[in-house]
Write a protein that binds this ligand. Structure first.
Ligand SMILES: O=P(O)(O)OC[C@H]1O[C@H](OP(=O)(O)OP(=O)(O)O)[C@H](O)[C@@H]1O
Ligand SMILES: NC(=O)CC[C@H](N)C(=O)O
Ligand SMILES: [Mg+2]
Length: 506
């Protein structure tokens, strides 16, 4: 779940792209990159690290032009450390193309092979996003007639991508000298919205993973890019769109609402905040039904993501809500950090218990989800160390029992605390006195209530149903073997040559 951003403006875009990436930082903390287009020239800067560390003033000054794209990365393929796999990626034929991707391809090994043997294209990293870019480039080459690219040819190329690429992808790309292209996979798994702003020079467009980027940069939400749809904004500001998939269906990733997205975003017409309030309400009902016999003195959220649910749960149960943990605002999200050691250490650095809220009390800790159990194990222990009498735990999401292959980095079953354990065993494992999980049906209702027009969600990490149809037990076994132990993604190649100043012919 990386964050992607694209802007077509009548003024320099570098600062707005930087600001937008900061707003999307919660979607990827490992690497960041921006490419701007100035006529036919791309200016690129990308590297490993947080947005604030990657871009220095001199880098920003060099990002010239009125159109650009940016990406913050949370790797699911290739390497976590390699700056060469920071995005956007670039190819120089046909035309110049740069691309930022959110999601994960499930057939990238096969595509990589096809690209090399049949399309005569070389992919230089282990990143599935570089594979995706090369597929797009090849399809653009096929659809271009008489050396001229028009919207029809671009949309035909996206149809070609849909036919070849499997898995999840929300994409923002730029074609040098032509414009900005954005599209979403035919299942609509990963989010993508666009908005516009009217200026004295004409309409400006912003495309982003989450609507919060539109709000903060002063753009009005127009709508989501539909599953399978592509939009293209040419370099003079004309807008085109087309459904490019033959059989699209809408299945947004439910984990966006549980944890990934910011609460102030609206994704696929669904306010993330409202879904989290709903999750709190239904979790309260579950707590009442299953824990009614327990005496709960206080409800305490595990900052940050569980706050809206925990507050609503406390309100519904009529139990006082207290902020028992103080969060260090300078530590990022721990779940999306690479490597278990770093994640574990960061929980302690990130959260600290306030004795007065715990001493002698029966506390109900509420989190949005329990995945590897890194947070819950530490937090329960901290609550006990702070003097809690009993520590109960409630998760607004059901147990995560299956790998995610669509852009969330949880590729192996054995790294998940719920694998091979029932609720009682998980409760023991995290050291709690009682544990309650929400049911998947309730979670789907909590999200669905906000926009009843969407009837299904991508829920594979909870129920093992992989909607793209190509995720076989063999595929999962290979993935598990490659990524055994939840170890950091492997590094094959690295490059330090990351600043490009590319002049492309047109
Ligand atoms: O069981 P785990 O593997 O620990 O994963 C689940 C935890 O990770 C996330 O928090 P995170 O610290 O990433 O971000 P947040 O501040 O947005 O809650 C999530 O909100 C849970 O607290
Ligand atoms: N989380 C994501 O969206 C990851 C994008 C891409 N698969 C990468 O690893 O860089
Ligand atoms: Mg959390």
């Amino acid at each position: 779940m990386c964050g992607i951003l694209g802007l077509v403006s009548h003024a320099p875009v570098n600062q707005l792209l930087y600001d937008g990436l900061l707003v999307l930082q919660h979607r990827g903390q490992d690497a960041a990159g921006i490419v701007t287009a100035q006529g036919n020239t791309f200016h690129m800067h990308k590297n490993s690290g947080l947005v604030r560390d990657v871009f220095r003033t001199r880098n920003m000054r060099a990002l010239l032009g009125n159109m650009g794209i940016g990406q913050v990365r949370y790797p699911t393929a290739g390497s976590a450390e390699s700056p060469a796999e920071a995005q956007p990626f670039y190819v120089n034929s046909p035309f110049g193309i740069v691309l930022g991707h959110n999601g994960n391809l499930t057939n990238s090994a096969q595509l990589n092979d096809e690209l090399f043997r049949e399309d005569l294209r070389h992919v230089n990293t282990n990143s599935d996003s570089e594979v995706l870019l090369n597929v797009l480039a090849h399809e653009l080459q096929r659809s271009t007639k008489n050396h001229q690219l028009d919207p029809a040819a671009i949309f035909a190329a996206v149809s070609g991508v849909h036919e070849r690429c499997k898995g999840a992808y929300a994409v923002i790309a730029m074609i040098a000298g032509y414009g900005l292209l954005a599209f979403r996979d035919p299942y609509g798994i990963r989010p993508l919205v666009f908005g516009c702003a009217e200026t004295e020079h004409g309409t400006e467009y912003l495309v982003a993973s989450e609507s919060v980027a539109l709000d903060t940069l002063g753009f009005k939400l127009v709508r989501d890019v539909a599953p399978g749809e592509a939009i293209f904004i040419d370099d003079t500001g004309n807008f085109y769109s087309k459904q490019c998939a033959s059989n699209p269906s809408h299945n947004p990733c439910i984990f966006e609402y549980v944890y990934l997205a910011r609460p102030d975003s609206v994704i696929d017409g669904i306010s993330v905040y409202e879904t989290r309030l709903n999750m709190g309400e239904s979790l309260a009902d579950k707590v009442k039904a299953t824990m009614g016999h327990l005496d709960i003195d206080v409800v305490i959220p595990i900052p940050d993501s569980s706050r809206p649910s925990a507050l609503q749960l406390a309100n519904r149960l009529g139990i006082s809500f207290r902020e028992g943990f103080v969060k260090n605002r300078y530590i990022g999200r721990t779940f999306i950090m690479p490597g278990q050691q770093l994640r574990r250490k960061s929980v302690r650095q990130k959260l600290n218990a306030m004795g007065v809220e715990f001493r002698g009390k029966n506390v109900l800790l509420v989190d949005d989800s329990i995945v590897r159990g890194t947070t819950s194990r530490e937090i329960v222990q901290m609550a006990k160390e702070a003097g809690a009498n009993k520590v109960f735990f409630a998760s607004a999401a059901p147990p995560v029992r299956f790998p995610n292959v669509y852009g969330i980095d949880m590729p192996t079953r054995h790294e998940l605390i719920a694998t091979g354990r029932d609720d009682e065993e998980i409760c023991r494992e995290i050291g709690a006195d009682y544990l309650v999980y929400q049911e998947l049906d309730s979670l789907i209702k909590d999200v669905g209530r906000v926009n009843p027009s969407i009837s299904q969600y991508e829920t594979s990490c909870f129920d093992g149903r992989y909607i793209t149809g190509d995720v076989t037990p063999e595929y999962l076994a290979v993935l598990e073997a490659q990524r055994s132990g939840g170890a950091p993604l492997t590094e094959r190649r690295s490059s330090t040559q990351l600043d490009l100043n590319l002049v492309t012919a047109n």
